[in-house]
Design a binder for this molecule. Structure first.
Ligand code: ADP
Length: 563
C-alpha cells in the first residue's frame, strides 16, 4: 500500500470514527497533523490565475448576462486571501487552523461580497453560485498544482478547510442578507403605507401641489388637484429643463422659460409668495394661478427638494376686472348729468353776474338743472336698489296715485333738450283716457323705468332718428277678472340687439356684444325689470340688430301685488 493511499485511509477512518455528526470535530480530525504549507504556497502562487478564472466563469453566468462589467467583485480577492491565511495558520503539522466556519476574515469578506451582489440586484442562489465557482477554481488549482510529493491527506485537508470555510461563510452571509432583505421589504412596505397616507392627505388640499427633487428638478410627487387645475397630466420631467412642457404665459404672450417657474427658483433657494401667473390650461383655456413655492432643506441646510402650491384665481381676477369696469361705467353714468348741471349752473351764474336774466331763460335753465339732478339721483337710487338686492334686502314700493302719461311727457321733454339728433314723440292710444293714465304705482321708481328706456334709446341710436313712446291702456284681457293694464313702449331706430343677447338682456351686468363701445353698467334693464315685476307687471323686448328696438312695459293699474 503506498504512503498516499495509507494516509487517505487514515483520514477516512478518522472521519468515520466521528460518524460525521459534528462537522467541526470532523474537519478538526481531518486537518489534525496535516501539513498545509505546500497547499498555501501553491494557492499564493496561483492567486491571480484562480481569481481570473473565477471572474471569467462568473461573467459567463446568465445573471451577469446584461452587464458583464458588473461581475467584477472587489471582495472576492479578500475572500481568497482570507482562505489562504486560514490555511497558513494551520500550515505546520503541529498547528491547528481553527474551525473554518468561524474565521472572522473569511466571514467578513464573504458577507461584503454577498452585500455588494445584493445591491447589484443578484438573488441569493446567484451569490451561492459565485461562492461555488470560487471553490471549484481553488480545487482545480490544488488538483493541477500539487505534485506527487504532496501527501493526499494534506491536499484533502486543505480542500476540506476551503469547503467548510466557504460554506459557513456563504451560509452566514446569505442568512444576514435574507434578514437584510426582510428588513428592506418591511421598510419598503412602511414607506409605501406612509406614501399612501401622504397622498391621501395631499389630495385633500384644495390647491395644486407639486414636489420636485433638488437640484435636478425631477418631479417626485403631485396631487390630483394639480392635474385638475392644469387640465393636463403633470409633466413627468426628469429635470427642470423639462418644464418647457408647462404652459405659463407672460403678458406679451411669450412662454415662460424653465428657469422662470417659481418651482425652479425654489430649487435654487428662492421662496415665492402669492405670485400671479397666467396659464394656458390643457383644454386651451386661460386662467390665473396664485403660486407659492419654497425650497425644502435637510438638517445641514442643503436643498433636497422644492415644493410649489397653486390655486386658481381666474374667477377672482375676472370679478376684479369686471368690478373695475363696472365702477368706471358707473362713474361715467353719474358724471354725465353732473357735468350738465355744472355747465348750466356756470352759464346761469355768468348771466346773473351780468344782471340780465329774463325770467323765461332762468326758468328754462333751472328746469334743465332740475332734470339733470333728477337723472343723477335716479342713477344713484338704482344703484342703491342693486346694493339692497345684493344684500337680500327686500325693496319695498312706495305706491301712490301716479299719472304715467304726465311722467312720460315730462321725461320726454327733458330728454329732447339734451339731443338735437333725435326726435322724441309721444303717441297715446285711443284707450289712454284723455290726458291722464293714473295707476297705483311707486312714482320715483316708475320714473327710473321710463328714464332708463329713454336714455338707452338715445344712447344706442348714435345716428339719431325717431324715438317713439307709445302709452295706452289694455282693457281686453284674457283673464276677465284682471283689471286693465297700462302699456308703455319705447321704440328707437338704433343699433338693435343681436338675437343671441336677447334672452339674457335683463340679467345683471349683461351687455350685448354690439354695446361694448358705449358707456353703461349692464344694470339698467335689470333694475327696470325688478321694478316692473314688483308692480306685478312685465317687460319685453323686440329688436333686430342694425334696425332698432322696442321695449314694452305692461303694468296693472291697480297694482295687483300692492300691499
Ligand atoms: P347699459 O348700462 O349697458 O346700457 P342696460 O341694463 O340699460 O345697461 O342695458 C343692457 C344692455 O342692453 C345694453 O348694454 C345694450 O347692450 C342693450 N340695450 C339696452 N337698450 C338698448 C337699445 N335701446 N338699443 C340697443 N341695445 C340696447
Amino acid at each position: 500500500m503506498s504512503g498516499t493511499r495509507r494516509q487517505a485511509e487514515e483520514v477516512a477512518a478518522r472521519a468515520a470514527g466521528h460518524g460525521g455528526s459534528d462537522p467541526d470535530r470532523r474537519v478538526h480530525h481531518f486537518t489534525q497533523g496535516a501539513d498545509l504549507t505546500a497547499v498555501s504556497d501553491l494557492l499564493t502562487a496561483r492567486r491571480d490565475e484562480v481569481l481570473e478564472r473565477w471572474l471569467a466563469a462568473t461573467t459567463a453566468q446568465p445573471f451577469h448576462a446584461d452587464r458583464a462589467s458588473a461581475a467584477v467583485a472587489d471582495d472576492i480577492p479578500d475572500l481568497f486571501d482570507a482562505l489562504v491565511a486560514l490555511l497558513q495558520r494551520g500550515a505546520a503539522r503541529e498547528s491547528e487552523p481553527g474551525p473554518p466556519q468561524d474565521d472572522s476574515a473569511v466571514i467578513a469578506a464573504a458577507q461584503a461580497h454577498a452585500r455588494a451582489r445584493f445591491r447589484q440586484g443578484l438573488a441569493a442562489p446567484d451569490v451561492l453560485t459565485e461562492f461555488r465557482l470560487l471553490r471549484q477554481e481553488i480545487g482545480r488549482a490544488l488538483r493541477l498544482g500539487l505534485g506527487s510529493q504532496t501527501q493526499t491527506g494534506d491536499a484533502l485537508a486543505a480542500e476540506l478547510l476551503v469547503h467548510d470555510g466557504l460554506d459557513g461563510a456563504s451560509y452566514l452571509a446569505l442568512a444576514a442578507l435574507t434578514e437584510h432583505e426582510a428588513e428592506r421589504r418591511r421598510l419598503a412596505d412602511e414607506l409605501s403605507v406612509t406614501r399612501q397616507r401622504l397622498e391621501a392627505i395631499l389630495d385633500q388640499i384644495p390647491s395644486g401641489l407639486v414636489l420636485a427633487e433638488a437640484p435636478s428638478g425631477k418631479i417626485l410627487l403631485y396631487n390630483n388637484e394639480a392635474e385638475r387645475l392644469l387640465r393636463h397630466p403633470v409633466v413627468a420631467a426628469e429635470s427642470y429643463h423639462g418644464y418647457t412642457d408647462y404652459a405659463a404665459v407672460h403678458a406679451d404672450g411669450g412662454s415662460y422659460t424653465p428657469e422662470e417657474y417659481p418651482l425652479t427658483c425654489a430649487l435654487f433657494g428662492e421662496t415665492t409668495r402669492d405670485y400671479e401667473l397666467c396659464y394656458r390650461r390643457g383644454d386651451g383655456t386661460y386662467t390665473w394661478f396664485s403660486v407659492n413655492a419654497a425650497p425644502i432643506r435637510d438638517q445641514a441646510g442643503t436643498i433636497i427638494a422644492a415644493v410649489t402650491i397653486f390655486t386658481d384665481i381666474g374667477e377672482r381676477k375676472r370679478l376684479q376686472a369686471e368690478r373695475a369696469a363696472f365702477f368706471a361705467r358707473l362713474g361715467h353714468d353719474i358724471k354725465n348729468p353732473l357735468a350738465a348741471i355744472k355747465s348750466l349752473a356756470q352759464l346761469l351764474l355768468r348771466q346773473v353776474r351780468r344782471g340780465d336774466v329774463p325770467a323765461d331763460i332762468l326758468s328754462a335753465r333751472l328746469t334743465a338743472i332740475d332734470d339733470s339732478t333728477g337723472r343723477a339721483l335716479r342713477r344713484l337710487e338704482g344703484l342703491l336698489d342693486v346694493v339692497r338686492d345684493d344684500h337680500s334686502q327686500s325693496i319695498s314700493l312706495h305706491r301712490e296715485p301716479t299719472d304715467l302719461l304726465a311722467l312720460v311727457n315730462r321725461l320726454v321733454l327733458a330728454y329732447q333738450v339734451t339731443t338735437e339728433q333725435h326726435q322724441l314723440v309721444v303717441e297715446t292710444g285711443a284707450q289712454a283716457a284723455g290726458d291722464t293714465l293714473v295707476g297705483w304705482w311707486d312714482s320715483g321708481r316708475l320714473e327710473r323705468v321710463i328714464d332708463n328706456l329713454l336714455a338707452n334709446a338715445i344712447k344706442y341710436s348714435p345716428n339719431g332718428g325717431a324715438i317713439t313712446v307709445r302709452v295706452c291702456r289694455e282693457t281686453a284681457r284674457a283673464d276677465a277678472s284682471a283689471g286693465p293694464l297700462a302699456v308703455v313702449s319705447v321704440t328707437d331706430e338704433g343699433i338693435g340687439i343681436p338675437a343671441a343677447d336677447l334672452l339674457q338682456l335683463f340679467e345683471q351686468f349683461h351687455r350685448a356684444s354690439n354695446a361694448q363701445d358705449y358707456p353703461g353698467t349692464g344694470l339698467g334693464l335689470w333694475a327696470v325689470r325688478q321694478i316692473v315685476e314688483l308692480h306685478g307687471g312685465t317687460i319685453s323686448v323686440d329688436s333686430r340688430e342694425g334696425q332698432g328696438s322696442t321695449f314694452t312695459v305692461r303694468l296693472p293699474e291697480g297694482g295687483r301685488s300692492a300691499p
